[in-house]
Design a protein around this ligand. Structure first.
Ligand code: MMA
Ligand code: CA
Length: 288
């Protein structure tokens, strides 16, 4: 379609020259049509109306162009904003992803720490339980021990209230402070609820030597010369005679009672006359 601008308005010659403005493909002029051409000089009104239309169209085109321009500016702006926003969004996303990764890592670490703590707590709990049980057992043991000590003290106070007695390995021992014959010494021990000592072990032999005194012990061969017996009637088995002792049978020396003589040596016994006066040692065995 072709639009014609009436140059009358611009040149001052109405209808004289018409410039053709092509707005479309067609090159056909409306004045090429004889019908229109023949009407043109007589109909000034309608010709003016067409020119107005053309003007309006031109304005519209300008408005459209302006709008297009504005639209393009808008689009570019939007595109820029979008691009900026997109970049920011991408950055934000990357940051969030990093934060998420860090948080996941931190969470894993916390989980590990938590697991370790739980394990540690369990170990501590078992240790605590074990120690608690041990403590209970210890308390029980201590209570038992205390009771035993109290029982022993009661027993000692009940049965052995005398001073001067020494405890050793299940027996009580009394060392005299005066000297008597073997027989008198034995009687004294018996009056104390005891008897002269019977030595049954190396430990007991060492214990007796520790008093560092010449002491009567509960050993004699008065019944049968050369047959040594303890005061409880048992025969002597393990002995601690000093070298060359007993020698009482030689030359009828009548040495029928035994003493601790050389207390510095383990083999410290000597047979000697029962009528000499010596210190003595009593033994009282405690009931188990
Ligand atoms: C010596 C020694 C003993 C004896 C006494 C008697 C000092 O020891 O011969 O065997 O029994 O003397 O006093
Ligand atoms: Ca002797």
């Amino acid at each position: 379609m072709d639009v014609y601008v009436n140059e009358e308005e611009l040149s001052g010659y109405p209808g004289k020259r018409i410039k053709r403005m092509s707005l479309g493909k067609s090159s056909e002029s409306i004045y090429d049509n004889p019908m229109i051409h023949s009407l043109e000089p007589d109909r000034i009104g309608p010709a003016r109306s067409v020119a107005g239309d053309v003007r309006k169209g031109s304005r519209r085109a300008a408005v459209v162009c302006l709008l297009c321009l504005l639209l393009m500016i808008g689009l570019i702006t939007l595109s820029c904003l979008f691009s900026k926003g997109n970049t920011e969004w991408k950055m934000k996303m990357a940051q969030l992803q990093t934060s998420y990764k860090n948080l996941t890592k931190e969470q894993d670490q916390l989980q590990t720490s938590y697991n370790n703590l739980v394990e540690e707590r369990d170990q501590l709990q078992s240790s605590y339980n074990f120690l608690n049980e041990a403590q209970v057992q210890l308390h029980k043991g201590a209570a038992d021990m205390t009771k035993k000590i109290q029982d022993l003290q009661t027993k000692l106070q009940e049965h052995y209230p005398q001073h001067g007695w020494t405890y050793f390995s299940g027996s009580l021992y009394y060392i005299s402070s005066t000297e008597k014959t073997w027989e008198e010494s034995r009687l004294d021990c018996q009056q104390r609820g005891a008897d002269l000592v019977i030595i049954n072990s190396k430990e007991e032999q060492d214990f007796v030597r520790r008093f560092q005194k010449l002491l009567w012990i509960g050993l004699t061969d008065r019944e049968t010369e050369g047959t040594w017996k303890w005061v409880d009637g048992t025969l002597l088995t393990t002995s601690y005679w000093a070298p060359r002792e007993p020698n009482g049978h030689i030359f009828h020396r009548h040495e029928d009672c035994a003493e601790i003589q050389n207390y510095k040596a383990e083999k410290s016994w000597n047979d000697i006359s029962c009528y000499g006066k010596k210190f003595w040692i009593c033994e009282k065995t405690l009931p188990p």
